[in-house]
Design a protein around this ligand. Structure first.
Ligand code: PLP
Length: 284
């Protein structure tokens, strides 16, 4: 891999890019991130990712490293310099480097890092097979609405899923599914209604979720935003997940038990098409 990455104002070959060992992102996971997908060299749902980045920074009292116009320019430069047709752009902002102390430093300069990851997103083989998930307790902190880089528990949950021969884990709290390790969770009921957990501090406010719900509602799909249980999910016709790097992807099995036919179903397939068509129209 020989990418050009962006670090604190500079475009550099990846092996020349570095950040301080005193960076609070490294020492305290004191940082936030965004992942924007790229299709046909264009940024998907970019204004939503900028809005959520601003919100995450604000919730943590962290300085904005640069303007939205500059962020757009950096994303576009990275797409161009890496000839990125399809994949993701990862952006991370930390509070910056300071001598180690739990108290936030007063005038730290934020660290900003961006890099590209080339990946086939639209024709991923998993879309035809569907995702298998296991359920695990949701042991994350209580501010899951902030997109922080403290991803150790989701990583552990994903490892547990992998060991169990599944693709991902759905996190469960008080009997209800909150979300996936790195995606929002949904079921499709026999009425055709889509059920997904309402927004609160319990889940990340997915940008793909926001767009999909808007696009689906415009097509007359009824969306109910409320928590749902594992049993409800097992009785559902279909289930799915959304995330920037997945768009809309079918879930076919929970804890070894099939959902509906145990195969990707027509509602999820239609929702994926709706999302991709409309998101591409808005891509920049
Ligand atoms: N929920 C969690 C915990 C996530 O980490 C993510 C994405 O990383 C999502 C949901 C989906 O969010 P988005 O659609 O903005 O990618």
């Amino acid at each position: 891999m020989n990418r050009i990455v962006y670090v604190n104002g500079k475009y550099l070959p990846e092996e020349e890019a570095s950040v301080s060992i005193f960076d609070r992102g490294f020492l305290f996971a004191d940082g936030v991130y965004e992942v924007t997908s790229v299709l046909e060299g264009k940024l998907i749902d970019f204004p939503g990712h900028l809005r959520r980045l601003a919100r995450s920074l604000n919730e943590l009292g962290m300085a904005k490293p640069c303007s939205d116009e500059e962020l757009l320019e950096i994303h576009r430069q990275l797409v161009a310099q890496n000839n990125l047709e399809e994949g993701m752009i990862y952006l991370q902002v930390t509070r910056g480097a300071a001598d180690r102390d739990f108290v936030f430093p007063k005038n730290a300069t934020p660290t900003i890092v961006l890099f590209t990851q080339a990946k086939k997103l639209r024709n991923s083989p998993k879309i035809n097979l569907g995702y298998k998930v296991i359920t695990v307790p949701d042991l994350r902190w209580k501010r899951r609405d902030i997109k922080t880089v403290q991803l150790l528990y989701p990583s552990m949950a994903k490892m547990e899923a992998t060991k169990a021969g599944a693709d991902d884990a759905w996190l469960v709290e008080d009997g209800y599914i909150t979300e996936g390790t790195s995606n929002n969770a949904y079921i499709v009921q026999s009425t055709g209604d889509i059920v997904t957990r309402n927004l609160s501090n319990d889940i990340l406010h997915g940008i793909t979720r926001a767009s999909l719900l808007e696009f689906a509602s415009a097509e007359g799909v009824r969306v109910v935003q409320r928590p749902f249980t594992v049993d409800e999910a097992l009785e559902a016709e279909e289930a799915f997940i959304t995330a920037a790097s997945l768009f809309v992807a079918p879930v076919v099995e929970i804890d070894g038990k099939p959902i509906g036919s145990g195969k990707p179903g027509p509602v999820v397939s239609t929702l994926r098409e709706i999302y991709l068509t409309k998101a591409m129209e808005k891509a920049i």
